[in-house]
Structure formats: structure tokens, C-alpha cells
Write a protein that binds this ligand. Structure first.
Ligand code: FES
Length: 162
């Protein structure tokens, strides 16, 4: 696992490669989220200092775009599609089953850091509705009854053994 210093060094190298330019803020935030997994205030402050803007400007961009997150994600990210085709076919029930099984709500991470539940709008697999993804792997045509069994396989997996 990389140290904080190594991660900040990687971020700094990217910021320098784009000329410490405030106009590259979105690209910088994407890179930072890729490195740290999320965008805590200390990372936003660091970026603001490097590109010479007020941290409130960085915060404004982070909170405006839904693909940026200030919350750390779990090792396994569950994404339930709530697009129309999936919702009509019962993806709301899949979400409920995940929430009940893990004891957390949509947008939250389990205390042990193993699972985060998120929702999406149409992942382009409507023919498989209702769709749930875990770490990008798609599970389609499933019901709420299938959810515990699927989640259990991830509980047994070692970290990064996907
Ligand atoms: S609505 Fe879920 S994949 Fe399209």
C-alpha cells in the first residue's frame, strides 16, 4: 500500500504536468480521486494551494459534480441501477436487500470498510434489468433473493481478490 507522501507526490507530478493551471482543475480532481479514492478536504486544500485558488473554489467544483466524492469508499463498491428499465423490473428491491443485508443505507460504507452502496442511472445493460454491479462486474436478471448469496462471495474474498 502506498504512503500518503507517495500519493501526494504522484498528485503533484500530475499538477505540474498540466502547468499548475486552475483551468485544469477537473482533470486534477479526477486524478486526485483516482489516487486517493475520494477527495477529503486536506486533498482539496493541497490542490488549491498548488494551483493558486481559494479552497472554496475547489470545494464548489467537487460538490457540483456527482462523480466526485468526499466520502471514502469501501473495498467493494455495489452500484444498483435505478434507471427506468431496471427500476420497473425491481431494482428498488435489490437496493433494499443490500441495505438490509449490510445494515447501511445507499451512499454509506460499512464500518469495516468492506462495502459501499451506491446507485446509478442506466449502465447501458437494460436487457439484463434489473442490474447490480459490484466493482464494475455486472449481475443481471436477479431478484432480491439472489443478493445475500452474491454479497457473501465478496465477504469471503480477500482484499483486491476480485
Ligand atoms: S436502466 Fe438499468 S441498465 Fe439501463
Amino acid at each position: 500500500m502506498r504512503t500518503n507522501e507517495e500519493m501526494f507526490a504522484e498528485l503533484d507530478a500530475f499538477i505540474e504536468s498540466v502547468g499548475n493551471s486552475p483551468s485544469e482543475m477537473i482533470a486534477i480532481l479526477h486524478t486526485a480521486q483516482g489516487i486517493f479514492g475520494y477527495l477529503p478536504m486536506k486533498v482539496q486544500k493541497h490542490i488549491a494551494d498548488r494551483i493558486g485558488v481559494n479552497v472554496s473554489q475547489v470545494y464548489g467544483v467537487v460538490t457540483f459534480y456527482s462523480f466526485f466524492t468526499m466520502q471514502p469508499k469501501g473495498e467493494n463498491v455495489i452500484s444498483i441501477c435505478l434507471g427506468t428499465a431496471c427500476f420497473v423490473k425491481g431494482s428498488g428491491k435489490l437496493l433494499e436487500a443490500c441495505e438490509n443485508y449490510l445494515g447501511i443505507h445507499n451512499g454509506e460504507t460499512t464500518e469495516d470498510g468492506r462495502f459501499t452502496i451506491t446507485t446509478l442511472r442506466c449502465v447501458g445493460a437494460c436487457a439484463l434489468a434489473p442490474v447490480m454491479q459490484i466493482n464494475g462486474k455486472t449481475y443481471g436478471n436477479i431478484t432480491a433473493k439472489d443478493v445475500p448469496g452474491i454479497l457473501e462471495t465478496y465477504m469471503k474474498k480477500e482484499k483486491y481478490d476480485n
